[in-house]
Write a protein that binds this ligand. Sequence first.
Ligand code: XMP
Length: 325
Amino acid sequence: SWSMENFVDKEIDRIRKMIGPNEHVIGAVSGGVDSTVAAKVLKEAIGDRFHAIMVDNGLLRLNEAEEVRQTLGEYLGIKLTVVDASEEFIGKLAGVTDPEKKRKIIGNTFIHVFEREAERIVSETSGKVEYLLQGTLYPDVIESISFKGPSQTIKTHHNVGGLLADMKLKLIEPLRELFKDEVRQLGELLGIEHSLVWRHPFPGPGLGIRVLGEVNKAQLEIARKADHIFISEIRAHGYYEQISQAFAALLPVKAVGVMGDKRTYEQVIALRAITTHDFMTADWFDGFSVAFLKKVSSRICNEVNGVNRVFYDISSKPPATVEME
Ligand code: XMP
């Protein structure tokens, strides 16, 4: 009979037999549940012949690259390279305000950086790099052979599929038969920490689409600090697992305020929290207490320089989307 234990044992065994003793596998990791579980399966199967690459695009949340280094690199023992490419990404985003252009730039830069890093690993490895790991799930497989969901056509989600053609790597997809809840179950079984297994999704373009309009370091810093306060308070108040996704976005407007006896003219943070089953439709989360909202608002205004107002987004999807860009 089918069980997760049998599934993973068979999968590890299959991979071990498939990858020759001198062959290596590379794969991108983000710190999200899919890529982490896929990476852990590879680590179990072939140890240090799996090379994980994390691209720090400068659009990550507070301490995120460091947390991935600790969790994947140290705790899970996965051979990991973290590439700091933030200057490259932020440089390319200068002056760009259109959301889809931002996505394209971020996606293309990601592929470029990943390929460069993969080539470095190829040149430093004595064996052959033959495979690329992808954390594809069953719904992704179905979607790519049947139809494209609305969010795929409205917003161009990026992945590293384009790499294959150039690098001639064979694809390895240990999660391709699993649904999201099964990936989580597998993650728990493989000893991945609960908070990572149950993490909200985070989009590939990261804070690049949560700083509305032009992206630069100062704006990213504001969005990052506000987001950290919001998510920390969500965790502290026990809301995290009632919510499907939550974040702070920095709006591209300024508003008047007052501080002491002085007029201020500063920026505006929008908080978004949603519940959903499949991300195709979503409701805004209506469970926050007034005390919670007061605390988050006053912390953001007091602790984040350059912000004098905080809004809560009460739009459902449709007609809104989860992300604001
Ligand atoms: P939307 O905004 O389309 O979001 O309602 C639905 C889900 O998709 C995520 N999202 C993205 N993920 N690259 C990604 O990897 C993207 O460009 C992207 N845009 C949206 C969003 O965070 C939500 O979980």
